[in-house]
Unconditional design. Structure first.
Length: 331
């Protein structure tokens, strides 16, 4: 986006895209909250007196720098709430992930930030995003340290490819049942059509917070990717309303329960010989029948094991050693 185009964006959107929390932080601070900026692009707003009964909510946007719709949505929601700051009923952390990639309209600078949340990074350790992940991990630890048991993390994304369920979410299987049920119910309120239960980490931010901090966490895909300032914000109406309600302490309502899928298998790119068994235009949740080839990688052949599996996140362009897709089945 050109500088001229950027300057035509609403002030709240420009500020969040640049990770400038100045005005918003001032409004919450003046309302009596404890406000900190633990690192670039990270805002923490907590009640002046610690309250273990108060929920802690982490919202993250821009973990991929080209996924700009959630930035616009959250910018408007946060700006509106900051004008009535005492209505904030939770402790809040907002993280703008890939600030430098957002600035240049790219997905990342060196490597996918949403694969950095792991104890061992291998050849990813020297990348630009590894340092950013370390800063986010430290701020996340400080935010959840000492907080009560009601912990949420919504990592908001938009998908590169079309999907038969345009709005879907990935939920770590390890989340405690009661918290998981509450999260899935909230996702229904937010207009999420499908939920994938994930049994193992792929280095994502949401799996990290679930595993390390006991958060009811989810990677939430809210539709198709778009350009900052030209996103169709109507696709975020339900999600925006649900987030606003959550921040104001309201988590109940009537929503359509999403379909739930289990992960059948994770497809890992083992070498540069990796090839998908279908075209790049394949939509998320495209069904494949038992025995069909999902991908080949030298002598390794990935095939469908169940009567029917659905492909999600197929991406042959990931680095060797990373997940190149997942196959899911109806629960």
């Amino acid at each position: 986006m050109s500088a001229a185009s950027f300057d035509t964006l609403p002030e709240a959107v420009r500020a969040l895209a640049r990770a400038d929390f100045g005005q918003v932080a001032a409004r919450f601070r003046e309302a009596g909250f404890t406000v900190t900026l633990p690192d670039r692009g990270i805002l923490s707003v907590k009640a002046a007196a610690p309250d273990p009964a108060r929920a802690s909510v982490l919202l993250s946007v821009g973990v991929h720098g080209d996924e700009t719709g959630p930035i616009e949505m959250v910018a408007h929601a946060l700006d509106a709430l900051s004008h009535s700051p005492r209505e904030l009923a939770v402790d809040l952390m907002l993280c703008v992930g890939s600030i430098d990639a957002i600035a240049v309209g790219k997905r990342f600078i060196d490597a996918d930030l949403n694969r950095m949340f792991r104890l061992q990074r291998g050849d990813l350790a020297a990348t630009f995003e590894a340092g950013r992940a370390d800063a986010i991990i430290a701020a996340t630890r400080d935010f959840f340290d000492g907080s009560g048991p009601r912990r949420w993390h919504l990592d908001l994304h938009t998908a590169i490819r079309a999907s038969r369920y345009p709005k879907f979410a990935i939920v770590p299987q390890l989340i405690a049942q009661q918290a998981r049920d509450a999260l899935i119910a909230w996702l229904g309120l937010a207009g999420i059509e499908a939920v994938i239960m994930n049994p193992a980490s792929a280095g994502t931010y949401s799996y990290w917070t679930a595993e390390q901090h006991g958060a009811a966490a989810s990677t939430v895909e809210l539709g198709r990717i778009g350009t900052l300032g030209r996103n169709d914000l109507s696709q975020f109406t339900q999600a925006a309303a649900a987030i606003d309600a959550l921040l104001r302490g309201e988590t109940r309502g009537e929503g359509t329960p999403p379909l739930v899928f289990d992960t059948a298998q994770s497809i890992t790119k083992l070498s540069d010989a990796f090839r998908m068994g279908f075209g790049r235009e394949t939509e998320n949740f495209t069904p494949l029948k038992k025995g069909e080839v999902i991908a080949t990688d030298g002598d390794t052949v990935y095939t469908v094991k169940h009567d029917e599996e659905f492909v999600v996140f197929p991406n042959p362009d990931v680095r060797v050693g990373l997940r190149a897709g997942i196959m899911v089945v109806r629960k």
